[in-house]
Design a protein around this ligand. Sequence first.
Ligand SMILES: NC(=O)c1ccc[n+]([C@@H]2O[C@H](COP(=O)([O-])OP(=O)(O)OC[C@H]3O[C@@H](n4cnc5c(N)ncnc54)[C@H](O)[C@@H]3O)[C@@H](O)[C@H]2O)c1
Length: 334
Amino acid sequence: MKRHYLVTGGAGFIGSHVASRLLRAGHRVTVLDNFSTGSRANLDAVRTEVGRRASELKVVEGSVTDARAVATAFDGIAGVVHLAALPSVVRSVEAPLESHDHNVTGTVQVLDAARRCGVRVVYAGSSSAYGEQDAQLKHEELRESPLSPYAASKLAGELYARAFGRVYDASVVVTRFFNVYGPRQVPDSPYSGVVAAFCFALLRGAQPRIDGDGSQTRDFTYVGDVAEGVARALEADLAPGCHTVNLAGGGNYSIRELLATLTRHAGADVEPVFGPARAGDVKHSQADVSRLRALLGYVPSTSFDAGLRATFDWYRQTYGETAATERGAGDRQN
Ligand SMILES: NC(=O)c1ccc[n+]([C@@H]2O[C@H](COP(=O)([O-])OP(=O)(O)OC[C@H]3O[C@@H](n4cnc5c(N)ncnc54)[C@H](O)[C@@H]3O)[C@@H](O)[C@H]2O)c1
């Protein structure tokens, strides 16, 4: 059935892929975004991807912390993908109250509007909720152990989701994302994800910076797979209440392996520089995906190599010329 869905944070990296996936399936989409880290360029890219269906995309500019903006965005919708947040560990260490406001207060606003309308929320949970664990695989029954204000804020959103499930029988699916990467991730901010930052450095001929010794491992998940999982969570036939599920491929790659793979795709020959390990970072992060398979009948399948190739190609197309110019300017200064 064709429906009208709300995507909060839809102008962001993951949100723009979710909006695109829903529009391509024939749904209407409203995006609620305050454009703090997201961009209009991402929405233009969505319009290009969906072609004639672009007219089915509506944009409400505003904050999820603002009840009036939320009420406007909820008009006529059948479900919500709630992604709006300040998604940075580093930024949360610098400004924990700011993270709390966007990530927790914003989430309560969205959950409250959704339970009043009786529509499902798919909430972007985070693997950071697990923190360090003895178990190699992070499964949903582990006791959470957030290590940063960001992780605490994302977990607080989950706790509200669980409480709303219990008290109001609200329908919520908490999808815990692991390290999501792919086209449209901002590459040149101090808060950038590692895949985007490495791609950008390689294109500029700069040395990629590894925080710590690079042996830390991550469950890198391609953004198209995340969008697919989220769309399934939105439409799955589930019992009322809150369901919490990892949304990742279940792989395990070190930062050094990541850099080696991207370096190969770039045809580059560079040595990284090493910096101190970052406060609030975990050593290993790998998802147990058995619940995902059971609940949604889906597990991300884009291989590490194919996902990184597609991602690097996108950065090359998008930033290649700028990076080459910067490189040229740098050469002239020397
Ligand atoms: N990228 C990852 O690896 C990852 C991993 C785990 C969880 N997540 C979660 O996924 C979600 C999306 O992350 P992303 O990587 O796409 O980041 P992003 O910064 O690209 O997207 C976040 C979007 O939310 C918007 N936003 C921020 N505060 C807002 C507010 N108060 N009101 C309205 N819009 C607001 C931003 O403008 C942006 O468009 C976040 O909730 C994040 O915590 C991401």
